[in-house]
Design a binder for this molecule. Structure first.
Ligand code: NDP
Length: 278
């Protein structure tokens, strides 16, 4: 597994697993947990979840998936903005810990910016870190100006990552946010690398590149998201077949010709674009 370094030197896998819509009844939870478990065995040991996903249901499936494997897993969860206050953050964290069946979360993210002052959220995160309930904290859906503001609050520079939408259809971060994060030795965590709901599976341009590699369109989308050394990609797979396929995407290196073909279909940004989010 290729590893990516957090600002404090902790290494995490470049390819992890998402869990949005897991536990929402589309598939039997046991099947979803088995897919996550297989993913862990294949090296995708970073698992991304959130209190929001199925209002706790996804965290419960993750709990089943990591039973007996906790030490091998780098667990990421997120706090709702409306809970991200001085008192709300530790309470939300306790609830997540209970659902996840663990005594610590490896990386706890503010899901998006809300009404709580950033200084309050950071203070709460730092207290949770001192208590050992979380190991790192970060943010999600923060644009460059939000990151600058974060660095201005006490402790804000301890942010470990920013998790944002990133795939060929949404690549505005390449203009400023990705270079900003690289400049601060902070990896970006790319969400929806296959396009939410697998939109990019219908991409003719990605399908042509896939054909050249004897790969699938999903694998090309994942390989594309991973071509930057400072990016962690977290595709969600609800089945063992998809988990296996996604793990194999790590072995694909896109050529200059492949990248040019993708650029021709999905132009790189030429100016600042507001951060896209789901
Ligand atoms: P993805 O880009 O990961 O796409 C997931 C979809 O692709 C599902 O429909 C899945 O189907 C399908 N899929 C996965 N692997 C394959 C494959 N090999 N072949 C064909 N289809 C495949 O979208 P997500 O929006 O789920 O994003 C990934 C993760 O990022 C989320 O699960 C979540 O953890 C995180 N996220 C964070 C957000 C934030 O605000 N911080 C917002 C959105 C996502 P199936 O289920 O059948 O495998």
């Amino acid at each position: 597994m290729r590893m990516v370094r957090l600002p404090d030197g902790t290494e995490v896998p470049a390819l992890g697993q998402g869990t949005w819509h897991i536990g929402d009844g589309h598939r039997p939870p046991a099947e979803e947990a088995a897919a996550l478990r297989l993913g862990i065995q294949l090296g995708m040991t970073l698992i991304d979840t959130a209190e929001m996903y199925g209002e706790g249901a996804a965290e419960q499936v993750v709990s089943a998936a990591i039973a007996g494997l906790r030490d091998r897993v780098f667990l990421v969860s997120k706090v709702y903005p409306h809970n991200a206050t001085r008192r709300g953050t530790p309470a939300a964290c306790e609830r997540s810990l209970r659902r996840l069946g663990t005594d610590h979360i490896d990386l706890y993210l503010l899901h998006w910016r809300g009404g709580a002052p950033l200084a309050e959220t950071v203070e709460a995160f730092e207290r949770l870190r001192a208590e050992g309930k979380i190991r790192h904290w970060g943010v999600s859906n923060f644009d460059t100006d939000d990151m600058e503001e974060l660095l201005g609050v006490p402790g804000g520079a301890l942010c470990a990552t920013n998790q944002v939408l990133y795939n060929p259809e949404h690549r505005g971060i390449e203009f400023d946010l990705l270079p900003w994060c690289e400049g601060h030795a902070m990896p970006v965590m790319a969400y929806s690398p296959i396009g939410q709901g697998g939109r990019l599976l219908r991409s003719a341009a990605l399908a042509r590149v896939a054909h050249r590699h004897g790969a699938t369109t999903a694998q090309i989308a994942i390989a594309w998201s991973l071509r930057h050394p400072g990016v962690i990609s977290i595709p969600k797979a609800g089945s063992a077949e998809h988990a296996r396929e996604n793990a194999a995407a790590l072995g694909i290196t896109l050529s200059a010709e492949d990248l040019a073909a993708i650029d021709a279909a999905y132009a790189p940004p030429r100016h600042k674009l507001p951060l896209a989010m789901l």
